[in-house]
Design a protein around this ligand. Structure first.
Ligand SMILES: [Zn+2]
Length: 133
């Protein structure tokens, strides 16, 4: 039944992500840009043991953070598209405005100001491996 599939897809598309200022639904305006870390403490917060965290960072340099990403959203009350740092816990989304330093953690993104370092990006990307906790 294609019609039912379409409806399901539409419903699941709207995630419970709300404007931190207005509390209204935000409409996604970009793909998700995953965040990476090179700090074992960050991985330990995600439930990875210290030993595993140290091994992962030693072997891969930059580890993707599960359940965290950067994404642009349109808010009809803000009348603006802004970049948010999204953290997903279970089925709850927490959104905060993305500070510029997060851009350096995100792969494939261009910082809002300053010069993107292309060579840095390629170097990290070449070392990128998928990590699942
Ligand atoms: Zn708003």
């Amino acid at each position: 039944m294609p019609r039912r599939c379409d409806r399901n897809r539409k419903r699941s598309k709207r995630r419970a992500i709300f404007c931190p200022i207005h509390g209204c639904y935000l409409d996604s305006a970009s793909p998700k840009y995953p965040l990476y870390t090179d700090q074992p403490g960050k991985l330990q917060q995600k439930g990875v043991s210290r030993r595993d965290a140290l091994i992962l960072i030693a072997s891969q340099t930059a580890i993707p953070l599960t359940g965290e990403w950067l994404e642009a959203f349109w808010c009809k009350h803000c009348q603006d598209i802004k970049w948010y740092h999204v953290q997903k816990y279970e089925r709850v989304y927490k959104v905060t405005l993305a500070p510029p330093e997060l851009w350096q953690q995100a792969m494939g993104t261009v910082p809002l100001d300053g010069n993107p370092s292309v060579s840095e990006y390629t170097r990290k990307q070449s070392k990128m491996l998928t990590f699942r906790s």
